[in-house]
Design a binder for this molecule. Structure first.
Ligand code: NAG
Ligand code: NAG
Ligand code: NAG
Ligand code: NAG
Ligand code: NAG
Ligand code: NAG
Length: 525
């Protein structure tokens, strides 16, 4: 279903959702078992790791003892009867009838239901989740905390006793507040419901690397170009072996079966993801070089998708005239003036490690005042302006005027892994290409079972331009981004393309000389 009549207020508040800096992505990155390089990437995971995953999955898919299914209880009834979901039930009570009807009547639902979230800090064995406590968890609790506060204020202001004033204005204000709360809760609730015709148990969830939700802001506020907002679903050994949603919310009690679907109880409510730029600040220490570079080249408007704030006046031009102006306007899907930025895109974000691997001369030059244009071009090579590319979902923006990329399916490793390959246009004009031609990036998605014979958990891994993605599928309100530990290079000869330009410019500006042939041979970056 479509999220009915998304109000401007709703979208504004989604986009303005406060974001706390969080170290979690960092640690996930550096604990990631997959170093760069295809071999290591695909089959290098140790058997120890794989058996740990197996344990998790067999634990996870154990059927719950008491089945509400037998008792004919719906998801709505279970949420309202079970003390563990008390906070959720109270919030959902303020959702629209349409949302309630989904939980009461729709069949084959898969619902990520947050357990009571407010007492997590009071101890108990769950506190082994130190990781989550440091990161998005509290941010998502804050978001839901704000919803709860609005409900509490509303209940206080309009409780039976205090409703002695009953003039029209007050009635209007009451309705308005109720409506706002309802919008917020509807969006949040729909983001916890998976779009699927069949019930998905935790094993099925774990087999995918992301799932579509029922939250769809539609064409009028075209976040994600009107496609469903997605939740990342990842298997992780840390801090506890389990399935994690959007990195921070662990599936604590999987597979609670009811008469109209399945509930996976999760530790923290899911926060609606912010846009790419804001999300980058979650992984602040991992991405600090990229974020400062992006700020330097004023790329914010290409990574955000936000309501137009009139106090910003007209779109800011920062006094920099760039040669790539036309390319840049291609990067920028104009909206009506109500929204600003890019509604649907994919960005491959270099980690600090990736930047540190660059020859020193390049780094010094790019981040110097002289490096502005070329640093901008480096980022442009890392951005797909017309495609949302998750490992298991690709959406091409139709009105981009470009042909949809073709998916080429092959098998590799003697049939053990399926490979799907795509080629996407970036924002960077091809340097020796014809007018209107852009540098392209090859993306390969590998799917394979960790153990031979189709055993073990299903893995999905992505490679972009021969660089393994170390952290894939980080959802955003305007697309998705992925982390890489190596900077991307255009296809082809080392003496052509952006890095040759950087080498020439750095030398001319007196920063030093880099021998691109030797660098290509050494293959250090
Ligand atoms: C839901 O709201 C109704 C009245 O609108 C109230 O009677 C009921 O107690 C509420 N339930 C929860 C769980 O808050
Ligand atoms: C629910 O899923 C089952 C298979 O698991 C399918 O047979 C049935 O048609 C589905 N029902 C609906 C309403 O989609
Ligand atoms: C899981 O991934 C497969 C393969 O990409 C896809 O066909 C399926 O629809 C996905 N399931 C969900 C629930 O997204
Ligand atoms: C553009 O404005 C029109 C009329 O105000 C509105 O109906 C439409 O939804 C807007 N589109 C976008 C993308 O904001
Ligand atoms: C690979 O593709 C084949 C044919 O589409 C399919 O039967 C098989 O399940 C796939 N294997 C994996 C690991 O996704
Ligand atoms: C990726 O590596 C293969 C084999 O080493 C090579 O043939 C291909 O050109 C490389 N692709 C890119 C985009 O660098």
């Amino acid at each position: 279903m479509r999220f009915a009549s998304p109000s401007k207020v709703l979208v504004a508040s989604l986009c303005a959702a406060g974001v706390q800096a969080a170290p979690a992505i960092d640690q996930l990155v550096y604990n990631s078992p997959a170093p760069s390089g295809l071999e290591a990437l695909t089959f290098g995971l140790s058997s120890k790791l794989s058996s740990a995953f197996n344990n998790v999955l067999s634990h996870v898919s154990r059927p719950a003892a008491a089945t509400y299914e037998d008792e004919g209880k719906t998801i709505w009834e279970v949420i309202n009867a079970d003390e563990e979901f008390k906070q959720l039930a109270h919030v959902l009570n303020y959702s629209s009838d349409a949302t309630k009807d989904i939980l009461k009547k729709k069949q084959n639902l898969t619902f990520f239901a947050p357990l009571n979230w407010h007492h997590h800090r009071d101890g108990g064995d769950d506190d082994k989740d130190a990781f989550s406590d440091l990161s998005f968890g509290p941010a998502s609790m804050q978001e839901w905390g704000r919803i709860q506060k609005q409900i509490a204020d509303y209940e206080r202001d309009y409780s039976a006793e205090s409703s002695d004033h009953d003039d029209d204005d007050d009635d209007k204000e009451k309705k308005r507040r109720r409506e706002l709360i309802r919008h917020l809760i509807d969006a949040a609730a729909l983001y916890h419901l998976v779009r699927s015709d069949t019930v998905l148990d935790a094993k099925a969830i774990a087999d995918n690397s992301s799932v579509a939700t029922l939250l769809n802001t539609g064409k009028s506020h075209a976040n994600n170009d009107g496609t469903d907002w997605r939740v990342r679903t990842g298997k992780s050994l840390l801090p506890l072996p389990a399935v994690y949603l959007n990195f921070y919310s662990r599936i604590v009690k999987p597979d609670i079966r009811t008469s109209n679907g399945i509930i996976h109880a999760i530790k923290y409510p899911l926060m609606l993801p912010p846009d790419v730029l804001q999300a980058l600040f979650f992984g602040q220490t991992t991405f600090s070089t990229s974020t400062s570079g992006l700020q330097k080249v004023h790329a914010a408007k290409y990574l955000t998708y936000r309501p137009w704030h009139s106090h910003h006046g007209h779109r800011q031009h920062h006094g920099h005239e760039h040669d790539g102006k036309h390319a840049i306007s291609a990067w920028h899907h104009e909206t009506n003036g109500t929204f600003n930025g890019v509604p649907a895109e994919t960005v491959f974000v270099p980690s600090n490690l990736a930047w540190s691997r660059l020859p020193f001369v390049f780094r010094a030059y790019l981040f110097s005042p002289w490096g502005y244009h070329l640093l901008q071009k480096v980022f442009m090579l890392h951005s797909l302006p017309s495609d949302i590319v998750y490992a298991d979902f690709v959406h091409h923006v139709k009105h981009s005027g470009k042909a949809a990329p073709e998916a080429v399916h092959t098998t590799v490793e003697g049939g053990r892994a399926n490979k799907t390959s795509y080629t996407f246009d970036t924002v960077l004009p091809a340097i020796h290409g014809k007018k209107g031609e852009f540098e392209t990036l090859d993306v390969d998605v590998y799917r394979y079972y960790l153990l031979p014979g189709g055993k073990g958990p299903l893995q999905t891994r992505m490679v972009v331009q021969n660089v393994s993605i170390i952290l894939q599928d980080i959802p955003a309100s305007n697309g998705v981004f992925h982390t890489i530990d190596r900077i991307l290079k255009p296809k082809g000869h080392p003496e052509k393309g952006i890095w040759a330009e950087v080498a020439a410019a750095a030398e001319e500006a007196g920063f030093g000389t880099v021998d691109l042939h030797a660098e290509a041979q050494a293959d250090l970056w």
